[in-house]
Design a binder for this molecule. Structure first.
Ligand code: GDG
Length: 471
């Protein structure tokens, strides 16, 4: 039986309080790892002046964690710089926000190489290696250069843009070439898979053999959609008794007879938070009878605050919020409640459950787990309605949501009105169909189907006792 080795930028060691990282990857992998035995390798999140070239090992349950520190220059160039200032905006179609620097790109390649050197020493010949996300695209190429012949897979959590967009990034050809060192590349949707395959064929002259098989210089890679899911039962369970949490109880008391509209997103320009606030403003302007009867709660944990575009977004959100609350609020009623703290998952689940509308309107999103969590948390007898951007990967699966174009605030405002007026029978029917999809394609389905395909249908070790590393 092979062992599973997961590699991701940040490693998330389980935190019994349920707080900790708010990232979608952390949440999804924690679920997936419960079933497998193996190793999780990546950045510790720490910076040190002279990081060791050997990872620090931490054992927890059936998973060994191998943690690397970075220098502050590494963090600046690899993480804040190339990954989050150049790649992230391009992948989300925000060409104007992408800041490329040669030094950052060199830092990105350097960290990938040093991760590969440290990881290669821990790998056994039949380990399956599963690399995650845009921080680590060149990792397989570096591991291959060290002579590793293991099956290596890559999952890209964010959108893969059309070749015309990706091609604007300096270094994009080289990155595409390194992608072909993976045996299997998973993306969130078929649209992303098509974009990536077209890019590899057009830019590198690779040939497309079957619908998902790419061949370049004798190497074959599969590029396919594997829509990520959630732990549906776990989320339902967490949402079942919303009023047991102090914060949820307080929210219910403060709302009184008002109806709740909720948004939960990392504070990121891809999530469309100011645009969404303006759509809610438009809704209140067009429906003055609703003033004082609805409250929009936006939870937006701060993220990547060292990147200038995020600091600027934070100012834009505060200004938009202040303007709307100032112009439309009344004594005793604040239209938009905005908080930037991170809440325990169970509190989020409780808040989703008491909300009448879930507003998930990213400008672009690989999948968007919040959309799925909102649906899973609903009361089956009296579910709330999901308003979902057509540019979230989740819209490919959840077509019983009210699908909107987030660039059109009139359309989003109208959908908010439709959601608040939808009768119970229609809400229940839509919710049941969406739940069926969530259950059929949950996080276990996602991990199992990716790993089955990567391993060529051989089993992966599922035993629960820890395996000593380096044997
Ligand atoms: C990337 C892709 C893709 C949020 N606030 C709190 C909190 N969260 C949790 C949510 C959800 C997760 O964080 C966010 O996941 P998303 O999918 O919405 O977004 P990204 O962070 O951008 O994730 C995305 C995902 O990877 C997975 O592949 O879907 O497209 O961009 O689970 O609930 N969790 C807690 N407190 C918070 O305040 N505990």
């Amino acid at each position: 039986m092979s062992r599973l080795v997961v590699v991701s930028n940040r490693v998330s060691i389980p935190d019994p309080t349920g707080k900790g990282s708010a990232g979608g990857l952390a949440v999804a992998l924690r679920e997936a790892f419960q079933a497998y035995q193996g190793l999780w390798f990546g950045w510790s999140g720490k910076v040190s002046a002279h990081p060791s070239t050997e990872p620090k090992m931490v054992d927890k349950g059936n998973v060994h964690y191998a943690l690397m520190d970075l220098t502050s220059i590494d963090r600046q160039e690899y993480y804040n710089g190339f990954a989050n200032r150049a790649l992230w905006p391009i992948m989300h179609y925000r060409l104007g926000l992408s800041e490329f620097s040669r030094a950052d790109y060199a830092g990105y390649l350097r960290v990938n190489r040093s991760f590969a050197n440290a990881l290669a020493r821990l790998i056994r010949p039949d380990d399956l290696i599963w690399v995650h996300d845009y921080h680590l695209i060149p990792l397989a190429a570096e591991l291959r250069a060290l002579g590793l012949t293991n099956r290596i897979g890559y999952f890209h959590h964010i959108p893969w843009p059309a070749p015309e967009v990706f091609g604007t990034l300096p270094g994009s050809r080289e990155l595409l070439r390194t992608i072909t060192d993976y045996d299997l590349v998973g993306v969130q949707t078929e649209r992303d898979a098509d974009n990536l395959r077209r890019g590899i064929v057009q830019e590198l002259g690779a040939t497309q053999r079957k619908s998902d098989l790419i061949s370049l210089n004798g190497r074959q890679s599969r590029v396919k959609g594997f829509p990520i899911g959630i732990d549906v039962a776990g989320f339902q369970q967490a949402a079942r008794r919303p009023a047991t949490h102090r914060l949820v109880k307080q929210t219910i008391a403060n709302l009184g007879s008002r109806r709740l509209i909720i948004g939960v997103d990392r504070l990121d320009y891809s999530k469309g938070i100011p645009e969404r606030m303006e759509a809610f403003e438009r809704f209140l302007v067009s429906n003055p009878d609703q003033r004082g009867h609805v409250t929009y709660l936006q939870i937006a944990p701060t993220s990547r605050s060292e990147v200038p575009e995020y600091a600027s977004l934070s100012r834009t959100v505060s200004e938009t919020l202040g303007r709307i609350n100032g112009s439309l609020g009344e004594p005793g009623w604040v239209p938009i409640h905005y908080v930037t703290s991170t809440y325990p998952r169970s509190v989020l689940a409780g808040l989703y459950r008491i909300a009448h509308v879930g507003l998930v309107t990213p400008m672009r999103d690989g999948m968007n787990l919040v959309a799925k969590e909102f649906v899973a948390a609903q009361n089956p007898e009296d579910p709330g309605v999901l308003v979902l951007s057509k540019f979230a990967g989740a819209a490919q699966q959840l077509n019983d949501a009210l699908i909107v174009n987030p660039n059109d605030k009139f359309e989003v405002a109208e959908a908010i009105g439709d959601a608040l007026h939808m009768d119970r029978a229609e809400r229940v029917a839509r919710w049941q169909r969406m739940m069926k999809t969530l259950q059929d394609y949950d996080v276990s389905w996602w991990a199992d189907s990716f790993l089955k395909e990567l391993s060529g249908h051989k089993g992966v070790s599922k035993a629960r006792s820890p395996v000593p590393i380096g044997e």
